[in-house]
Design a protein around this ligand. Structure first.
Ligand SMILES: NC(=O)c1ccc[n+]([C@@H]2O[C@H](COP(=O)([O-])OP(=O)(O)OC[C@H]3O[C@@H](n4cnc5c(N)ncnc54)[C@H](OP(=O)(O)O)[C@@H]3O)[C@@H](O)[C@H]2O)c1
Length: 436
């Protein structure tokens, strides 16, 4: 099934601009971009119109030149319902909680023509969700999940939003498809090789979806009382996501919850016959390395078999070793780059005039509710996950009560995502039956 000749990107965020440039530069695809109409996207559509569809990607680091470039995209669609033409490939680069909203607005005739759907930054269960929706319309379509988006890309301050900056590129990413062998996966492997990113093929898309570090670290880092107070504007001083208490949320209790949370997810994916991950090794080898002087290879490799107290100790060392970038050059005072100085973003009033919750933890709420729903479906206990959700929901309810007279976005509503969950669990049920 051949794809990547005519590619349609869904979403108008920085990732879509980077992806469009990559697809043009490396694969010479015909590229379209589509997005919903909103105050935010209006600026993107206006910049694209003004520049006659020119887009630009700059890079912060010279070694990421393969990502940089400028090109003209071929078509732009304002509103998913306005998309026209035949597209062999569609790429989702909208937030994971919006997949169904977007698909439902797209014309069934258009979806029937599609050969390949790519989820660039899905969450656990996203591939199952799309598969379940698509089987009625186009049951042969290939659906590919990456573990995560390959870069760190943002708008450039004071520049029109047809121009983005990529500040970092991942070293390794995982990929899985509903179709195996797959020409499309071969093509993506070649593409990522050109970008200097190692791509490891997994046996199934859901397995690739488990290789996403945010799944394991965001809920404990963001859904604790201290972080929630920082995010919901209850603290006077600036606080940092990756710092030790009281500059940030990291305490022995947070580390304990991080470990328990990982174990609950491992129990769940074990029930689905999916290979688990060594959390410490994944953090260090696939994400941010630490100096060998800080953590031994033996402890990293054996992490899964150690006593909980030993595991907590090693996770704590991992976070303290990365307070500074241990591979940066020290200044004259001997200070290394302040790697952990990532401030919490606070609730804010968006361009439509509504109170909004920043993407972290808003997107994590969807992710963790889906995981909780799958765990319940599989009869796996998840008390730590339940606690994260209770804390978060209590916080949004309290905020809602104290802002009664003001406009609040839908993110302040306790949600169940019942339709998404029912679709995901129905696919998971089928795959477990097929394996047994
Ligand atoms: N940027 C990065 O470096 C990076 C890194 C890792 C992972 N990711 C992930 O990649 C995905 C895209 O990132 P991004 O930075 O491009 O995101 P973004 O700018 O926040 O949003 C991407 C798109 O999603 C749309 N969207 C959000 N909620 C929607 C809804 N309910 N219905 C329809 N469309 C909706 C946005 O529309 P509006 O503009 O109208 O809101 C926008 O078009 C996210 O899931 C993000 O977590 C990004």
């Amino acid at each position: 099934m051949s794809g990547f000749k005519r590619v349609l990107l869904l979403g108008t965020g920085p990732t879509s601009i980077q992806l469009a440039a990559t697809l043009k530069k490396q694969l010479n695809c015909y590229v379209g971009i589509s997005g919903r109409e909103s105050v935010r996207s209006e600026k993107v559509f206006a910049a694209l119109k003004q520049s006659s569809h020119l887009i630009r990607v700059s890079v912060q680091n010279e070694k990421h030149q393969a990502m940089a470039g400028e090109c003209f995209i071929d078509q732009v669609f304002k509103g998913y319902g306005t998309i026209k033409g035949d597209w062999d490939t569609i790429i989702f680069s909208v937030t994971t909680d919006a997949y169904m909203d977007v698909l439902k607005q797209m014309n069934d005739e258009l979806l029937k023509q599609v050969k390949c759907i790519v989820l660039i930054s899905p969450t656990f269960g996203s591939n199952s969700l799309i598969r379940n929706y698509m089987k009625r319309i186009n049951s042969d379509v290939e659906i590919i999940s990456f573990s995560t988006y390959y870069g760190d890309t943002r708008w450039i301050h004071n520049q029109p939003p047809n121009h983005v900056l990529t500040t970092g590129v991942k070293k390794k990413i995982y990929i899985g498809s509903t179709h195996d062998p797959s020409e499309n996966i071969d093509r993506l492997c070649q593409l990522y090789e050109k970008l200097g990113i190692a791509l490891e093929r997994m046996q199934s898309p859901i397995e690739a979806e488990t290789r996403n570090i945010s799944l394991y670290v965001h809920p404990p880092l963001f859904m604790n009382d201290f972080s929630l107070q920082a995010i919901f504007g209850e603290l006077d001083t600036k606080k940092y996501v990756y710092k030790i208490y009281p500059e940030g949320p990291i305490t022995q209790y947070l580390i304990r919850e991080m470990l328990a949370h990982w174990k609950e997810i491992m129990n769940m994916i074990g029930k689905m016959n999916i290979q688990g991950i060594n959390l410490l090794k994944f953090m260090i080898d696939d994400n941010y390395p630490v100096r060998p002087e800080s953590l031994s290879r033996e402890d990293i490799e054996n992490f899964n078999h150690l006593e909980p107290i030993h595991q907590e100790y090693l996770l704590y060392i991992r976070y303290t070793s990365l307070l500074i970038d241990p591979f940066s050059e020290p200044d004259k005072e001997g200070k290394y780059f302040d790697f952990s100085a990532v401030p919490f973003r606070k609730v804010f009033v968006n361009k439509e005039g509504y109170w909004e919750i920043p993407r972290m933890p808003k997107e994590d709420y969807y992710r963790i509710k889906i995981i909780q729903g799958i765990a319940k479906y599989l009869n796996v206990d998840c008390p730590t996950i339940d606690t994260f959700i209770e804390r978060y929901e209590r916080k949004i309810e309290t905020f809602t009560q104290s802002h009664r007279e003001e406009l609040l976005s839908h993110a302040f509503t306790v949600q169940h995502f019942a339709e998404d969950l029912q679709m995901i669990c129905s696919e998971i049920g089928k795959s477990i039956t097929a394996k047994s």
